[in-house]
Write a protein that binds this ligand. Structure first.
Ligand code: FMN
Length: 89
């Protein structure tokens, strides 16, 4: 989606979710918790990057179907939820 810097990063973290693992227990509230989990883990990546003099940028604007294809996940039971490129700043 026009964010070429992601493709040029030294490494890209890609998080996926399998909603059922949350839904069987939390029902409709599962989706809120999945989003919170993703936010927390990415925030920790920001902290880790800061500690080693690197940088990251949370990415929610990406082509989900293409990411799922790239990772060979089905896009229904498991799909990409968040990305974060990491590199030197
Ligand atoms: C959930 C979420 C999604 C984001 N998606 C993108 C994105 O797709 N592309 C991007 O460049 N930045 C993305 N960002 C980063 C924000 O643009 C950035 O954190 C915001 O502009 C604040 O930056 P600043 O404090 O350096 O001004 C995202 C941030 C969050 C929390």
């Amino acid at each position: 989606m026009g964010q070429a810097f992601v493709g040029r990063a030294a490494v890209v973290f890609i998080w996926t979710t399998i909603p059922y693992r949350m839904e069987w227990r939390y029902g409709m509230a599962a989706h809120k918790v999945i989003a919170m989990d993703a936010g927390h883990v990415c925030q920790n990546l920001y902290l880790a990057c800061e500690a080693i003099g690197a940088g990251t940028c949370a990415i929610a604007a990406y082509h989900r179907e293409r990411m799922d294809e790239l990772l060979r996940i089905d896009g229904e039971n498991e799909f990409t939820i968040y990305l974060a490129p990491v590199g030197k700043v």
